[in-house]
Ligand binder design. Structure first.
Ligand code: NIG
Ligand code: FE
Length: 405
């Protein structure tokens, strides 16, 4: 049994390794909540009655449900037809500049009915659940006009109501300028601020995200847009330093962003500045399956970030273009292999730190009294085996809100 110890900020440095794990432990739940955690020897057996359901993990590893903190869950179609172009050497930005990439998914998404989008999202969410994901962030970003973007946010909210995995929607209308605004990124962002953000409630859609990159939005435009979103009460996220070092991560962290995502080109020096300035509150969300799928050599310097005191989380970035995989365990393995994380660090990065990256740290991400009873029984006897079985799904049982899923 494993349990994360209570913290008042995301884990980094040695704390990312030193979290508490309990050999031969128990987790007690009541209704949808965890009520006690500890070694079996300390279990108060009077609490175990005829009405208690006992789930015997029989020596296997038990973890909190995984938190998937960065996905583009809602989209139409797929991009299998571009896979071949990529294998022949076209880059991500080449394909985008030719009207493909994100824009090809926008076409398919606009053409899809609400029912199709819902069915697709539910299908992918069921896949995530099999991998033990019990909380998931879902971005809009394939509508790129006011009406479709609002529709995509609504689909994300609706799938959250229809099944047990908790869904946290993020508004990524600022993915790239919509096709109607080609070459006019500033005007496109002004349209989002005028026609879309006022229709979103930060209580329901807590975060606004933007893709800061060549071919998407500049640092200056991103700063202005995020500042406007912040004034309306939204938390901030950014896709930055994915393909170039433009300074987007540092800009967003200065505004108090909850997370800075990708960061493959973020330098260790900038990471150290971000860690200092944000006092360790901004989380770098690393997406190791993306460089793999985009055939990119450069992976985020996870090891250096942690040593610089920057908290890191891990995610798949599930989307039809840069990561069609929902296998967060594979992301854990690749983070160990290519970003220098240890197995313990990587596990914390897909649980408690991922929860911090989407503001859900009070609800999930560790096995602690008061949190939702989201619990996994894994088919491994030791934590170190998790990233070793490359590409496997170690999940044997998933409990969500106290119910065996
Ligand atoms: O996080 N980088 C920008 N956006 C997504 C990919 C979206 C797509 O290619 O459809 C990402 O990698
Ligand atoms: Fe993304």
């Amino acid at each position: 049994t494993l349990a994360g110890s209570s913290t008042n900020q995301p884990l980094t440095g040695s704390a990312l390794t030193d979290w508490r794990s309990i050999p031969g432990g128990y987790v007690a739940c009541e209704n949808d909540r965890i009520v006690a955690v500890g070694p079996m020897a300390e279990l108060d057996e009077t609490q175990v009655t005829a009405a208690t359901t006992v789930l015997d993990a029989a020596g296997r590893v038990v973890l909190p449900g995984l938190v998937e903190c960065h996905t583009h869950l809602v989209f139409g179609g797929n991009r299998a037809h571009e896979f071949q172009r990529k294998l022949q050497g076209e880059t991500y930005l080449d394909i985008l500049a030719s009207g493909g990439g994100i824009l090809s998914t926008v076409q398919a998404t606009r053409a899809a009915s609400q029912e199709q989008l819902l069915a697709n999202a539910l299908h992918h969410l069921a896949g995530f659940q099999r991998y033990g994901i019990t909380t998931l962030e879902a971005k809009s970003g394939y509508g790129l006009d006011a009406e479709t973007e609002l529709r995509l946010v609504e689909v994300a909210r609706e799938v959250g109501r229809r099944q047990p995995v908790r869904v946290v929607p993020t508004f990524l209308g600022a993915h790239v300028p919509g096709p109607e605004y080609r070459g006019r990124p500033t005007e496109y962002l002004a349209m989002l601020v005028r026609d879309v953000l006022p229709h979103l409630n930060p209580q329901e859609v807590p975060f606004v995200d933007i893709f800061c990159e060549e071919g998407a939005f500049s640092v200056a435009d991103s700063r202005q847009y995020l500042t406007q979103a912040q004034a309306l009460g939204f938390g901030l996220k950014i896709h930055a330093e994915q393909l170039h070092d433009l300074g987007g991560c540092e800009m967003a962290a200065q505004l108090g962003a909850i997370s800075i995502d990708h960061a493959d080109y973020l330098t260790p020096a900038a990471a150290a500045r971000i860690a200092r300035q944000s006092q360790g509150r901004t989380v770098a969300v690393l997406l190791p399956l993306v460089p793999l799928f985009l055939r990119q050599e450069r992976y985020a310097s996870g090891r250096a970030f942690i040593e610089a005191g920057l908290p890191v989380a891990l995610s798949t970035d599930f989307n039809p273009g840069s990561c069609p995989s929902k296998n967060l365990w594979l992301a854990v393995s690749v983070a160990c292999l290519k970003m220098g994380l240890t197995p313990r660090e990587a596990i914390a990065a897909v649980t408690i730190n991922a929860a911090w990256a989407i503001g859900q740290q009070r609800e999930c991400g560790s096995l602690e009294p008061g949190k939702r009873a989201d619990i996994l029984v894994l088919d491994v006897p030791a934590l170190e085996e998790i990233p070793y079985w490359l590409g496997e799904n170690p999940v044997r049982q998933v409990v969500i809100g106290g119910e065996l899923a």
